[in-house]
Design a binder for this molecule. Sequence first.
Ligand code: IMP
Length: 432
Amino acid sequence: MSAVVVVGAQWGDEGKGKLIDVLAANADTVVRFQGGSNAGHTLVVNGKKTVLHLIPSGILHADKTCLIASGVVIDIFGLVTEIQNLKATGYQITGTQLQISDTATVLLPYHKVLDQAREKSLSDGKIGTTGKGIGPAYEDRAARRALIMSDLFDTPNLLKKLEFVLKEKNSLLKNLYDVPEIKAQDLFDQIQTVVEILRPHRLSDVSLLISQKMKQGKKILFEGAQGTLLDIHHGTYPFVTSSSTVAGSGSVSAGIGPHHLSKIVGVFKAYATRVGSGPFPSELHDNIGAQIQKEGHEFGSTTGRARRCGWLDLVALKYAIRLNGINSLAMMKIDVLSCLDEVSVCTSYKLRGEVITDFPTSTEDVSQVEPIIETFPGWKVDITQVKSVKDLPLKAMNYIHFIQQHVGCPIDVISVGPDREQTLWIKPLYNN
Ligand code: IMP
């Protein structure tokens, strides 16, 4: 087995960054394949916290290759800040360690301005985007007017390209949103301040490098961002992000055949959260929701927004398992539930008087379903120092077994705290 994909099986913020960081120890290469700096992947090593937005979560291992593939939208100024912050805390970040596809999309300040202006102009129907310019950048890619990474190094033509793109953007910004003009020359000059920092990280062909590594038997880890229910095609549209967040998207973005993605790991929290707008059937509006939010520190690592909290939704989890082809689950943050007297899960929905067990494809239906809940006694002991699955309280194990059985997929990893060390393995995810 050479490629493992890690995807979010809920609405994002499941703890993918932590799992990637842990798994990277046994991999050769980590590939980030979609999204942009809307993501916030938090890693804790020996109590020290690092938040990454664009750089793959394998970067804290000096001997690993981290690739940013074509399907990512790259805020070049944000990326340079991230590189510099890591360097300031003692990480090297060489050109071999971090390599960026020449064909990835460049996200520029006008994408952010447009994203924020659009959200501001909406009274109803706000998506609740992160304001990081993700939608506008993917729009430009699809409309074939985006700058791609290689354009940054083509100095003679860069200004012309910026002038072309800004002609339309400025008209839109000025006429629709009353935003001042962005000058091509100013942006060109701004780009020149980061081009030389990015140059050592250029990679012309991600696909070729991965296929060579796979032929040498090296292990490749694909890092998803956001979560399945935010997928542009399969999520609760239009309350979604603008990229495809499912495992298959890794194959497209990196340019490797789908059959190479043999292990698909779905990461989920022992409860559910959602940030931004959109339906959330198992959402809690009571004290328990507030308690989970407080205990779980459920505030966005990118925007600082409070995350909505609710019970684990097994209807949604089964949907994520199907869409991605998940064959292994990683359960995160079960320690957060230790504070509760009782722990519940949503096992099915009621829609127009009928019980349903499959996640509706209509967002309107998702917003109308009533969750059907099953409740378990809580374990009420601190499990953050537990070192082996066999030492987990029986009541916690009953909860874990119920989930596993209900969704028909093994839970191979259980995380009981943010640190690398707080990870319990039921089954190794790599065949070493
Ligand atoms: P966008 O990706 O910034 O366009 O935001 C679209 C929706 O996806 C909003 O509801 C965001 O809150 C949500 N979203 C985007 N990225 C993340 C993430 O990394 N974690 C959780 N939610 C996200």
